[in-house]
Design a protein. Structure first.
Length: 422
């Protein structure tokens, strides 16, 4: 009997030890769970890591290291807003947390929200001055927003401390290669409608873009051919000589000035344009300007606009106010543009409604319609380091005299060649 009791006692002790071991395995410490999350991420098992992180935060809501790491897991999955919300909650409670500032920088960098990245990194660099990763991302953001000089200043600062920084050296070479250089261009435009007559308008434009200290000047020459039924290509020819200048007034203001003279038949005898932009925080800007044309009489209209950069997208809303013989008319045009590798690779779409055209007037017929609904698609593609190509097609449904409507088609194409800037 005593032998049976001894066996039972041994089994009881063994069972208690086994239960204790099982209990220990089933209840890892928060640090061990965090290590498990990191191991899952390294194995690219992001969904499992995310689920385990939320379980851990439910049990340990103040574990900010896990919250910051979870924000990066969301970023790895393209869920940038969720990640920014998580890391934002940490920075709200504990401003200046270095890991949180770095995570926010990475999320904005991955999402390519360059304006927000500049603002966030400026704040982070106050806490971590001279941080190489933050400086590198800051340089990229400036470069992506066409602030090449500022990007080079940051890269020089970075390379002063680390001359062999391969990332910085590669980016500097890329920025230098994209610095403004003289460019020649040739463009062709075709405009056509059938009412109240069969109109075919061909126009060739030859010109160039030349960098100057405060911006860019663009002289160009228009040669237009108006062809109606029974006429040859050179039956009616019009000429126009123009010069436009895009000037950086301050880091927050830039200005368009333009003037042209022409034959006055289908192209205006005199053309003038002025437009001023004011850059605002968070990728916004507002603008206002005026355009003047003289054919056989004076035409003046005003433009008001607001635009926004959001990651790789640009949104532009322009409103035109035109004083016609019968009174004031207004038109609005919304453009959405998606950029790709750089500013020379994009696709854009524009929709407009109203009387006034949304581009500089080339022919008096643009001013004679009563109303219009228009759409336009444009692309720009960089073919090589020196060449790029652009094309577009547009359609408008116009009211020309009252209650009479016509279809109007517009097509254009252009080729651009960059000269050696040295």
């Amino acid at each position: 009997m005593s032998r049976i009791n001894n066996i039972l006692l041994l089994l009881l002790v063994f069972g208690m030890n086994a239960a204790a071991q099982v209990g220990t395995t089933a209840s890892p410490t928060p640090q061990e769970q965090f290590l498990r999350i990191r191991t899952l991420v390294e194995a690219d098992r992001l969904e499992e890591a995310e689920a385990l992180a939320y379980v851990l935060l439910e049990d340990q809501p103040g574990y900010d290291d896990v919250r910051v790491y979870l924000s990066l897991i969301h970023g790895r999955q393209g869920e940038y807003e969720t990640g920014l919300s998580l890391v934002g909650s940490v920075l709200t409670r504990h401003p200046g947390t270095e890991d949180a500032l770095r995570a926010r920088s990475s999320l904005l960098y991955w999402s390519e929200d360059w304006s927000a990245l500049l603002a966030a990194n400026s704040e982070a660099l106050e806490v971590m001055p001279g941080d190489p990763d933050l400086l590198y991302k800051q340089a990229i953001a400036h470069y992506k927003q066409d602030n090449g000089d500022t990007a080079l200043e940051i890269l020089d600062q970075l390379l002063e401390d680390a001359p062999q920084n391969d990332q910085a050296l590669q980016l500097k070479a890329q920025v230098l290669a994209s610095e403004p250089a003289p460019e020649l261009f040739a463009r062709y435009m075709f405009d056509h409608f059938r009412q109240p007559y069969n109109r075919r308008w061909h126009m060739v434009t030859l010109g160039g873009n030349y960098p100057i200290a405060p911006g860019t000047i663009s002289p160009y020459f228009n040669m237009g051919h108006f062809i109606s039924d029974g006429e040859t290509f050179l039956s009616t020819t019009a000429f126009q000589l123009n010069a436009d200048a895009y000037l950086d007034i301050t880091p927050k203001n830039y200005l368009l000035l333009g003037y042209g003279i022409g034959t006055g038949t289908y192209l205006p005898r005199h053309r003038a344009a002025v437009h001023l932009w004011q850059v605002l925080p968070a990728g916004w800007s507002v603008s206002a300007g005026a355009r003047y044309f003289y054919f056989d009489q004076h035409y003046l209209f005003y433009a008001l606009g607001v635009d926004k950069y959001l990651g790789n997208y640009w949104f532009d809303l322009k409103n035109y106010i035109f004083n016609k013989a019968y009174g004031v008319s207004v038109s609005s045009h919304l453009t959405v543009r998606r950029y790709f590798e750089n500013k020379y690779n994009y696709v854009s779409a524009t929709i407009g409604y109203g009387t006034s055209p949304d581009e500089p007037v080339t022919v008096v017929a643009d001013l004679q319609r009563l109303n219009a609904l228009s759409v336009r698609i444009e692309i720009m593609k960089q073919l090589s380091a020196r060449t790029r190509f652009g094309a577009g097609v547009g359609y408008a449904y116009e009211e020309y005299p009252e209650q009479l409507f016509r279809n109007r088609l517009n097509m254009q194409a252009g080729f651009y060649y960059t000269l050696d800037g040295n």
